[in-house]
Write a protein of this length. Sequence first.
Length: 131
Amino acid sequence: MKREIISTGQAPAAIGPYNQAVRAGNLIFTAGQVPLDPATMKMVDGGIREQSAQVMKNLEAVLAAAGAGFGDVVKSTCFMADLSQFAEFNDIYGAVFAGMEPPARSAFQVAALPLGALIEVEMVAIAPEMD
């Protein structure tokens, strides 16, 4: 099975020893995305809604770089600093899957996230086989 590193300037560069995503065969595994603006590498202003929107924008860019989209996602894992904000996050998350079958999902409250983020999301998607 071939392994390919996925990278795009349309999403934040890795802030540690990892890649934005790895494609293995027809599976795409994204790294967790936090709400960094890829142009500035700074956290977006605002609360959970604004941060969630940026996270989903970052994931969309990473998936696109791998030849996939939200309709190809089969599993997502969501890490939140405060699960009491889940409904607000869910509004943003649900909107990106409007009109399609959403993936399986897990959500966890964690003690802390990188750079003080309120939300981090990672995804697994299916894409066509590599040449």
